[in-house]
Write a protein that binds this ligand. Structure first.
Ligand code: PLP
Length: 377
């Protein structure tokens, strides 16, 4: 008889043997300082880039929404799950993204899946950057469309693939890449999409500091974003033309067949979006920019990778930092390509200069970091 527990243990042992085992570690805290297994740690792991997950106004908005609407949306948006808050948030996100309309999903992961499966029909070709996030990869896999992968940020390669392909085309790329923190050349990408009549699906999950796509005449674009990082809540969204959003409402199975976004998350994201668009938002972004420059001057985003190569090296460096009271996660395949395991430092406006000094000191004391990786860190 097959024993599933024996099988699972064998699989887990295999993962441990190749340094790919993952475990859940509880971080208790509000902001970058907290405790892990009773030890006080300073975290550089969260994607709360502007520190809004702990902002008093954002917290209060979530609490008030629970008081008014209850804890859950209680049904799919198309059944009885839509609340006035969803409409308010969607209007705000549409306006922010210079789009006619927006639609929220239960996560950014589901937003990518929804767009790519709803639009990626059999006669479509999807063109995807090789370092796109797992949610894009999975969306491409689930879509009926054929997928062509182009080399990371290699627009010449993309151009060749687009030229060799007929029929309807969708180009999908992140604007800021989640594990490298580098950015796509948006004007050139937009121009290429226009030249080939391709729809651009741009995932801006990590674009706390931009880059922003300038309005481009003739470009057809859908912006995918998340409520779970800069906006400090949980959920995702797609913004674009009214017609395409209307089609997603009718076709995206992971929108139709799931319960609407919770009132608390919707209200928190709305409050956070309003802060982002205010003067306070400008101040938080300026603060984040100056912290990035302390660690790696001129780096394009709040994600600072320190590439170490082997999985074991990344795990050892992360453990050494943890022992020094600093939490920086080790990122291993399949999240990143084999041989490029790394530390991923994520900065937030809620960090202080003193916290950055502690991080720099701890990084400098690490045994295993090649000196060129530390040049600016
Ligand atoms: C580029 C990118 N897109 C989408 C997502 C998914 O967003 P969410 O965490 O809201 O599901 C992530 C999250 O890690 C991401 O890095």
């Amino acid at each position: 008889m097959n024993d599933w527990n024996t099988w699972a243990e064998r699989e887990l042992s295999g993962l441990r043997a190749i340094n790919r085992y993952r475990e859940l570690i509880a971080f208790d805290g509000d902001g970058p300082i907290g405790t892990v297994r009773g030890q006080r740690v300073l975290s550089f792991a969260s994607n709360d880039y502007l520190g809004l997950a702990c902002h008093p106004q954002v917290k209060l908005a979530a609490i008030s929404a629970i008081e008014r609407f209850g804890t859950g949306a209680t049904a799919s948006r198309l059944i009885v799950g839509t609340r006035s808050l969803h409409g308010e948030l969607e209007s705000q996100l549409a306006q922010w993204n210079l789009s006619e309309r927006a639609l929220v999903f239960s996560s950014g992961y589901l937003a990518n899946l929804g767009v790519l499966t709803a639009l990626g029909e059999q006669d479509v070709t999807l063109f995807s950057d090789e370092l796109n996030h797992a949610s894009i990869i999975d969306g491409c896999r689930l879509a009926k469309a054929r997928t062509l992968i182009y080399r990371h940020l290699d627009l010449q390669h993309l151009r060749e693939l687009l030229s060799q392909t007929s029929g309807r085309k969708i180009v999908v790329s992140e604007s800021v890449f989640s594990m490298d923190g580098d950015t796509a050349p948006l004007p050139a990408l937009a121009e290429l999409c226009c030249d080939h009549g391709a729809l651009l699906v741009l995932d801006e999950a990590h674009a706390a500091l931009g880059p922003k796509l300038a309005p481009t005449p003739g470009l057809q674009v859908l912006h995918v974003g998340t409520l779970s990082k800069t906006l400090g809540a949980l959920g995702g969204f797609v913004a674009g033309s009214s017609r395409l959003i209307e089609l997603l409402i009718n076709r995206a199975r992971n929108f139709i067949f799931t319960t609407g976004l919770s009132p608390a998350d919707t209200a928190a994201a709305l409050a956070a979006a309003r802060i982002c668009q205010s003067q306070e938002g400008d101040q938080l972004r300026a603060r984040l920019r100056s912290l990035i420059d302390m660690l790696r001057p001129g780096h394009a985003s709040a994600i600072v990778p320190i590439i170490l190569g082997e999985d074991a090296a990344a795990l050892a460096a992360s453990a050494q930092l943890r022992a020094a009271g600093i939490h920086v996660p080790a990122i291993r395949p399949p999240t990143v390509p084999k041989g490029t395991a790394r530390l991923r430092v994520a900065l937030s406006a809620s960090h202080t200069e003193a916290m950055l000094d502690s991080l720099r000191g701890a990084l400098a004391r690490l045994d295993s970091i090649p000196s060129h990786q530390l040049e600016h860190a």
